[in-house]
Design a protein around this ligand. Sequence first.
Ligand SMILES: *Cc1c(COP(=O)(O)O)cnc(C)c1O
Length: 467
Amino acid sequence: MKLIFEKSVPGRGCSLLPACDVEETSLPENLRRATAPALPEMSETDISRHYTELCHNTYGVNCGFYPLGSCTMKYNPRIDEEMAALPGFTGVHPLAPAHATMGCQEVLNLTKKYLCEITGMDDMTFQPAAGAHGEFTGVLLIKQYHDARGDAKRKKIIVPDSAHGTNPATAAMCGFEVVNIASSPDGCVDLEALKAALNDETAGLMLTNPNTVGVFDENILEITHLVHEAGGLCYYDGANLNAIMGVVRPGDMGFDCIHVNLHKTFATPHGGGGPGAGAVGCKGFLAKFLPQSASMQGDGHIQVRGFAGNFLVVVKALTYLMTLGREGIPEAAQNAVLNANYLMQKIRNTFQPAFDRTCMHEFVLNLEQLKKDTGVSALDVAKSLIDYGMHPPTMYFPLIVHEALMLEPTETESKDTLDWVAEVFRKLYELAHEDPEFMRAAPHNARIGRPDEVRAARNPVLRWRNV
Ligand SMILES: *Cc1c(COP(=O)(O)O)cnc(C)c1O
């Protein structure tokens, strides 16, 4: 498909600007462009077709099954978008006086109240724009807590080897030394390794529960107790709350602060580069360190983003919370867990779960044996799924499982869809044994087959250049 710049034809256009109804003034000479901007020139029909073509070449949750583990690619009800599009929300100016923004403040306060209730926290900020940004904010709370007590020795953050890559990156960005601890064979925190790592230099622990292998760590109370006993604080990576919301609370597990990705669990899609919100909650004793709104800047508070963050994402979260309600929120979590276990059970007589026990909202398959037997890798299976009109699962994560495929079906998939998915996996398992070469060349029906992902990441070409 051609880029919009390549479709441009000089002289074409479709702008219909209204007649100027104010006095014309011109920019000072030194601020004017020497040449016109290189904007594409196209007819309205061609623009419409261009974006429709792009849309047809894009795969989203509205196209089909999207089991991208750890990302919670679930269907987000349209009503959430509708509420976020109300002019009273989209048109509000961030510097509008308080008396003119009472509705918006109520949205923020109510969402905070509900999410604090769900997570077991006492206070919350919506400033951070993403999960990683929320971690950064939350770990800064831990840093400020120790600094305020004059406990300068605490320079280390413990992170299990199953953690999301953003956890060690966050700890390092906040100036901490990262102490990696190995997981036990069942994918959970190894208590002995934790005890050995804890000392008076420990600032805190970062943990996800259920963890990245989709397993709930049953020792959680002991884990948080051990960290507290050593003088550290416990950070909960709640990027993905789908498995537990309304059922069990990180605050009750012993965590002191947490971030929640509104753009996973609470009605804004993850990925695609759109705005997100990594809401950061904390227990009362940390609340004084939370970022405040811009008007309070300069009084010693950290400030991680302007104003209240991505406000419309919060509007969507509140709509989602209110439509599901007290009964619907835990029901969504329970269905997410049920769907993952159902699919795992239907697949496990062919593909092997990495941890063969009841999972939470997602599970990890280990394809090492398949690769040994047939030469077909996790990547080949993922690419083959594209030919069946399915988005591939998360691949090669978590790092502690080699040849990993991580599936998160989410609560919004039907039993019919899950049965079909299991059937596709069964077919691919057979195909891997019958015709591995065919699978190694997959996908066969996609527009793009196997891009050089390493080169794309290392050498991204993000803008068009007229060469
Ligand atoms: C998605 C995710 C993150 C990071 O969230 P972003 O919004 O992508 O920065 C962190 N931890 C876990 C476990 C996640 O799944």
